[in-house]
Ligand binder design. Structure first.
Ligand code: CAA
Length: 291
């Protein structure tokens, strides 16, 4: 099946990143948010990123303009009726995703594929909320989407071979390298990442090292681009806490249990970079501030 029309639900960090990637790869993208304020914020972010690529000489102005012409912002759910392929990238919450997928299932063409960018919620569970579990798949991108080359694909119990084949083709057309995972909590990448971040938070709690010692350890000793505490802030401490819950519930392994300090920061409203405070402090444009 050839994909021409994409519909991306959610214009936050991930949704806007997916839309930016798709329009620069030549796809027509309808990007949906629930209200104009959130929609405009997502569109502004895409414009800023494309402008910065033009300034760096990585994209010419005509390519930027052509890409932006392929972007169709909307608050309409019904606009998904035109789409060949839908990518859901809303908040990491099963109830919210379930509600959205039920509604999308009602308006989408019968042959359209529904994909979720979830990082942890079982695909089979979400697919079962629709009447098209064979045309439902996990398509997990990584932040920042335009930069990170990986996409993790997960088949649910009923996902067809044809759906997987179409999604593999689409991933490659988006210049991403796909890997496939079984439908186990956290799939492949978060199965590795969550215990790593949790261990760093426990090390900080125990006073094994300072925040900067721990992050420098990973940056300089393991050649990671970000230390685990900085990365947790980047992912969002609220999102990380939610993912811990899904993994712990699914695998009953204490490595996935949320460390108390993580819960405390989230309780205090410190979600990381997006709220200006987490393990570090950030300015309004997300740049890290000195302590
Ligand atoms: N959106 C788009 N592009 C971005 C960006 C963003 N939010 N942030 C940075 N970039 C681009 C920059 O424009 C720059 O592009 P060019 O090379 O074309 O000039 C490039 O990324 C490098 O940026 P910088 O030079 O400003 O900064 P940096 O070298 O420190 O890199 C980083 C920034 C790419 C974010 C890097 O620190 C990094 O790779 N960090 C780790 C990211 C990571 O691990 N992500 C996965 C998180 S887990 C996840 O997403 C899934 C989950 O389920 C939790």
């Amino acid at each position: 099946m050839t994909i021409k029309q994409l519909y991306v639900a959610g214009a936050g960090l991930m949704g806007a990143g997916i839309a930016q990637t798709a329009i620069t790869c030549g796809f027509d993208v309808t990007l949906r948010e629930v209200d104009d304020k959130l929609l405009n914020r997502g569109i502004d972010n895409i414009k800023k990123r494309l402008d910065s690529l033009v300034q760096k000489g990585k994209l010419d102005a005509a390519q930027r303009d052509a890409a932006l012409n392929r972007l169709h912002p909307t608050t309409s759910l019904e606009a998904a009726g035109r789409a060949d392929f839908v990518i859901e990238a809303i908040t990491e919450n099963f109830e919210a995703k379930q509600d959205l997928f039920k509604r999308l299932d009602g308006v989408c063409k019968p042959e359209a594929i529904l994909a979720s960018n979830t990082s942890s919620i079982p695909i089979t569970r979400m697919a079962a909320t629709t009447k098209r579990p064979d045309r439902f798949i996990g398509m997990h991108f990584f932040n920042p989407v335009p930069v990170m080359p990986l996409v993790e694909l997960t088949r649910g119990r009923e996902t067809s071979e044809a759906t997987l084949a179409t999604t593999l083709d689409l991933s490659r057309s988006l210049n991403k390298t796909p890997i496939t995972s079984l439908d186990y909590p956290g799939f492949i990448v978060n199965r590795m990442l969550v215990p790593f971040i949790n261990e760093a938070i426990r090390a900080l709690t125990e006073g094994l090292g300072t925040r900067d010692d721990i992050d420098q350890g990973a940056r300089l000793g393991l050649h990671h681009p970000m230390g685990p505490l900085e990365l947790a802030d980047f992912v969002g401490l609220d999102t990380h806490l939610y993912i811990c819950g899904v993994l712990y519930e699914g695998l009953h392994d204490p490595r996935f249990a949320a460390p108390p300090l993580l819960r405390q920061l989230v309780d205090a409203g410190h979600f990381g970079r997006k709220t200006g405070r987490g393990f570090y402090r950030y300015g309004p444009d997300g740049n890290r501030l000195a302590d």
